[in-house]
Design a protein around this ligand. Structure first.
Ligand SMILES: [Zn+2]
Length: 245
């Protein structure tokens, strides 16, 4: 049977049987892949440490007629704070759930792989709420569902000053085109928050500075929009809401 090597991030794991996991990886080579890791939950398994959500691994995968199997795996990078801190875990899990639900298997988009690799260190040590906002905003640009933050979706005019944001119409609506007040209030400050998030360079910029109010407003819109597209609630977001109560 054919084997191949991948470099990827573990988007999700689901336990099955006594000691096995179905592993979803986002790989540099093939995009999203699913493979079974047998016995990886046994302490003595050589891959038990590697097969954990959020890990960046290289793996040897055996191609099977029904399922692929992870034969060997080695950790390239891991982020210990993500499992130690409930906020970090929650926000990274929201981002990973969105990537997992909004990508198709075996469609390779290296930009998504790079975004995962570049944002994980920020989830690990910086403000995870802000990291999630930036990561999800940037990820949406790859999906074809990105909101138009810059110009009016009705007349095409560049947005200046205050406007509205309509999730059903896919972006900003200028003051001239708004006949009924619908959607979200879209202030210049909020627009700047989204545009700063979209242009954020994970490798070059050390400080992420947004006001808590801006982040709250932007995050609410973005997550609500994703849930509208998916037609279901984000499990990780509900988890975070429950722990905040
Ligand atoms: Zn307009």
């Amino acid at each position: 049977m054919e084997t191949f090597n991948v470099d990827g991030v573990i988007l999700n794991t689901v336990n099955f049987g006594n000691a096995n996991r179905v592993v979803t990886l986002y790989t540099k080579e093939f995009g999203k892949l699913e493979a079974n890791a047998y016995n990886c939950r046994k302490a003595r398994s050589p891959i038990s440490g590697a097969i954990q959500m959020f890990n960046h691994i290289c793996a040897e995968i055996k191609h099977g007629s029904h399922v692929d199997t992870i034969r060997d795996a080695e950790v390239l990078n891991f982020y210990p704070n993500l499992t130690a801190d409930i906020d970090r875990l929650g926000y990274a899990a929201i981002f990973f759930e969105i990537v997992n639900k909004m990508t198709l298997p075996k469609v390779c988009e290296v930009g998504i792989y790079n975004l995962l690799i570049n944002s994980l260190p920020a989830f690990n040590v910086k403000n995870p709420k802000i990291a999630a906002l930036i990561a999800v905003a940037q990820f949406m640009e790859f999906t074809g569902f990105q909101l138009n933050f810059k110009s009016c979706v009705r007349c095409g005019r560049e947005i200046e000053g205050n406007a509205s944001l309509s999730l059903s119409e896919g972006g900003a609506i200028c003051e001239n085109c708004v006949n009924v007040v619908t959607g979200y209030s879209y202030t210049a400050e909020l627009r700047q928050t989204f545009l700063t998030a979209l242009n954020f360079n994970w490798q070059a910029e050390n400080e992420i500075t947004f006001s808590a109010r801006q982040v709250y407003a932007a995050e609410k819109i973005l997550f609500h929009y994703v849930e509208n597209i998916l037609g279901s609630e984000l499990k990780a977001l509900n988890f975070l809401r429950a722990t905040a109560d």
